[in-house]
Design a protein around this ligand. Structure first.
Ligand code: XBP
Ligand code: MG
Length: 240
């Protein structure tokens, strides 16, 4: 069975979106709704262990601002996250975030060779579409046969749900695919879906445990990961 598809995580993998995108957007949203705190980079780095912006904020309020978590905390979380997503889409659309090294080359080489593309992410469809449009142009959204996003599935990473949804829509077995991730949570999700996985850690995830990855490189350029290398890594991982 040949390699047939590449499945990409988004945040930290396609682009380094967390510090200059999501974190900035969260703090702007906290100000919008009158929350008296903001997150610094180190705090956010710790909170990133929790997948999902809504789940991350709900955890923070419950642990660090229990007085705010008493009333209708769900309504506060949903409203704050909605505003955060609006800020994030604006920041990305303004061109604040670029793709990581080698990502565009690999996507274009994969397309040229007829490989199918998919996304499996924890973030929202709005955030993914804004990032793709701003970095590769609006038509690039259609390069991906499926964009499986966090709220499309019952459980977020490290659960395998979003990768399994991508495989289901592709109609492919995991052994016909190669996944790309940046974090321990993401790698665990991909491995739980039995996907061979390349890891390109980002600033927040460097030093996490990537046991089981087919390859770990600083980034796709540093690691020489073009489509030919991706095929070699897949072949070695699957004996395909
Ligand atoms: C990383 C995440 C997301 C983002 C924030 O997603 O855990 O929650 O941090 O996005 P990925 P939302 O799986 O792409 O690495 O606030 O939209 O959740
Ligand atoms: Mg990620």
């Amino acid at each position: 069975m040949p390699l047939q598809a590449l499945i990409f995580d988004v945040d930290g993998t396609l682009a380094d979106t967390e510090r200059d995108g999501h974190l900035v957007a969260f703090n702007l949203a906290f100000s919008d709704v009158g929350l008296s705190f903001s997150w610094d980079s180190d705090t956010y780095g710790e909170l990133l262990r929790i997948s999902g912006g809504k789940e991350r904020l709900r955890h923070y309020l419950g642990v660090h601002r229990p007085e705010l978590a008493e009333d209708d905390v769900d309504a506060l979380v949903v409203d704050t996250h909605r505003r955060k997503t609006q800020h994030y889409v604006r920041l990305v659309t303004e061109g604040g975030i670029g793709l990581r090294p080698g990502v565009e080359r690999l996507l274009r080489e994969a397309r040229d060779e007829g490989l199918r593309l998919a996304i499996a992410t924890t973030t929202t469809h709005a955030n993914v579409e804004a990032l793709l449009s701003a970095t590769l142009g609006p038509p690039s959204i259609d390069w991906f046969e499926v964009i499986a996003a966090g709220d499309d599935v019952p459980a977020k990473k490290p659960a395998p749900d979003v990768f399994r949804l991508a495989l289901e829509v592709l109609g492919l077995a995991p052994g016909a695919c190669l996944a790309f991730e940046d974090s321990e949570n993401g790698l665990r999700a991909a491995l739980a879906a039995e996907l061979p996985t390349v890891v390109t850690p980002c600033a927040y995830t460097r030093g996490q445990c990537f046991d089981g990855a087919a390859l770990v490189v600083d980034d796709l350029v540093a690691g020489g990961v073009d489509i030919a290398m991706a095929r070699r890594v897949w072949r070695r991982a699957t004996r395909g």
